[in-house]
Design a protein. Structure first.
Length: 332
């Protein structure tokens, strides 16, 4: 990867190193989210690095923040940037939106020709991509356990949204390219939120030190824009929301919402959720949108901690769920 990007990622990593104390940059708005604030403060005092931000969807007001300007490792959350680029290409080539500045999946078709909106998935969404030996990767995802050697673009995106599928991520990145995803992020005004690399089993000295980095405020605002339909255009935002609503990981903040991890595409007791999580050694991260009868919140939370003992990990997950309980009380 380019040396400038690698250097920037390492500088952000050093800047964000855990300090073992409560941040001075905290907004708590007179007691909103008291339980979550207390829980995160206790973790920060024990040496966990906490970055968090919550934004009211109606007013755009920041409701809660802890070091939300820092760019920290976010594991798989950066895959959302890939999904945005995929969705923008699909909406552009199938005539359903204003689309992408990049090329389409099928470059042989003329780009200047207007195309009508289709009731079903268009040709771009159904373009078939093959997996190769170089794409193979373990950990999260289902495709590695399936026999099918190729899948449509839209199915790969759905696998990423549902299970953070690493193999599907690498196949799409091989086709699209990291530079294109990076350009899309920059066009959205993201300065501290980047997808840095493909998914790798091990990271060497010439590889990016992290899969992705992000700031809590940028991520919370980005997810709020997805909800509002202003990320590229409404069709692009809707596609991304649909893929993310399939997410099966409700082990963190969203664990407080009482939703079925395998089936929460529609409303349940008036609650709607779409989110993306990131998990790595010593990292738990989540960004999402939860809406309910009283309103909605876009949020992002990342924890960096010593993962040597299971008790430390469990404390982090419990604190994230406590914050989720505050979000639930706010919207419900």
């Amino acid at each position: 990867m380019p040396e400038s990007i690698r250097r920037r990622a390492r500088e952000d990593r050093d800047e964000a190193a855990p300090r073992g104390r409560r941040s001075d940059a905290i907004e708590n708005d007179g007691g909103i989210f008291r339980k979550g604030f207390a829980s995160l403060t206790e973790l920060a005092l024990s040496g966990v690095q906490v970055t968090a931000c919550a934004v009211d969807l109606g007013s755009g007001k920041v409701l809660f923040s802890v070091d939300d300007h820092l760019s920290v490792p976010t594991a798989s959350i950066g895959k959302v940037l890939l999904l945005i680029e995929v969705a923008a290409r699909i909406s552009a080539r199938d005539g359903a939106g204003t689309g992408s500045s990049g090329s389409s999946f099928d470059a042989s078709r003329p780009a200047s020709r207007p195309r009508p909106v289709r009731p079903g998935p268009g040709a771009e969404a159904l373009s078939i991509l093959n997996r190769t030996a170089n794409d193979e990767i373990g950990d999260s995802g289902l495709w590695q356990h399936l026999q099918v050697p190729a899948l449509p673009v839209s199915d790969l995106a759905a696998l990423i949204g549902a299970t953070s599928d690493n193999l599907a991520t690498n196949v799409l990145l091989r086709r699209i390219g990291l530079d294109t995803v990076r350009a899309r992020a920059e066009s959205l005004g993201l300065r501290r939120t980047l997808l840095l690399d493909i998914v790798r089993e091990e990271r060497g000295p010439d590889d990016a030190p992290q899969l992705s980095v992000g700031s809590a405020r940028e991520l919370a605002i980005l997810f709020g824009r997805l909800h509002a339909g202003t990320v590229v255009d409404e069709t692009t935002s809707q596609l991304v929301r649909g893929w993310l609503s399939l997410g099966t990981d409700l082990s963190m903040v969203a664990g407080a919402f009482g939703l079925d991890p395998l089936a929460h595409v529609g409303a349940d007791h008036g609650l709607r959720l779409f989110n993306k999580t990131g998990t790595d050694a010593g990292i738990r991260s989540e960004a999402g949108v939860i809406t309910g009868p009283r309103g909605g919140v876009s949020y992002a939370v990342t924890m960096r901690f010593n993962d040597a003992e299971l008790s430390g990990r469990l404390a982090v997950l419990e604190a994230m769920r406590v914050l989720g309980t505050d979000f639930l009380e706010y919207v419900y």
